[in-house]
Design a protein around this ligand. Sequence first.
Ligand code: SIN
Length: 313
Amino acid sequence: MQSPMPLVVILATGGTIAGTAAASTDTTGYRAGALGADALIAAVPALADHLLESESVAAIDSKDMDAATWQRLAARVAHHVARPEVAGVVITHGTDTLEETAYFLQRVLAPAKPVVLTAAMRPASALSPDGPANLLDAVTVAECAEARGVSVVFAGAAWAALGLRKVHTLQTSAFAGSDCGPIARLEGGTLRRFRAWPGGEALGLARIAAPAQSWPQVEIVLNHAGADGRLVDAAVASGVAGLVVAGTGHGSTSARLDAALERARAASVRVTRASRCAFGPVLARDARDGEAAGELSAVQARVELQLQLLGTR
Ligand code: SIN
């Protein structure tokens, strides 16, 4: 007997993959999130014989991603993953905050089935859009019986969320991992796997159940030549619960920024030390250092700190 076709649910959130411009030659001046999931699927003839369902969760440019949308998205992903007939979920998203959403979903849901985020650098109306091939590859991973956890499929590779970064403003190979390569490559519809799919324990939907407007505020500050810590003092005065400092090199901060961070800690503000470098971890050296971001980029460390703070309420 033939095994049944795997069912994949496609959740659309917007982004350039669903963007349209007035001219096919325009790859920067377009409206993100203009097309729904059905239009994205229809643009990929090879998806015609796949078993797909689709749903729109949002239609935004991902620069505007926020906690309320994450709550909605996580709830819909959890709903579909729990359906026995669903093999996996694909999320179409903008590239700009993709690494944050992917990390958020992995920490909250750590799904036992594949949940695959994908995106595009060129709008759907471009002369040669990259979205259709990325969507087809994402569906391939979502249908894969051995895949699990949240991954990002982009430009022929599947990446774990941890440490993933958008590294280019325009090129179609816009993502790179920190010190690890991709989980797998997709070549002509075939998956060549190099490392394990993401695992770990889920924090659970209860962790993110508080109204989005009440989530603890966590901001990112940067060390740079002349950094004097005044933004840290202003953030503390405005009531932030946490700060991520994107330090220089291995997370270092100027003497004046360091002093301001010390004042923040004394005011019970949690501080995570990350780096403004494109790649490489920030390791904990001693207790005085505060919390180190490890492999996480500064923006992912912000998500992690917010999730931890939600767990201390
Ligand atoms: C967005 O992040 O929604 C716009 C940019 C992109 O998808 O590449």
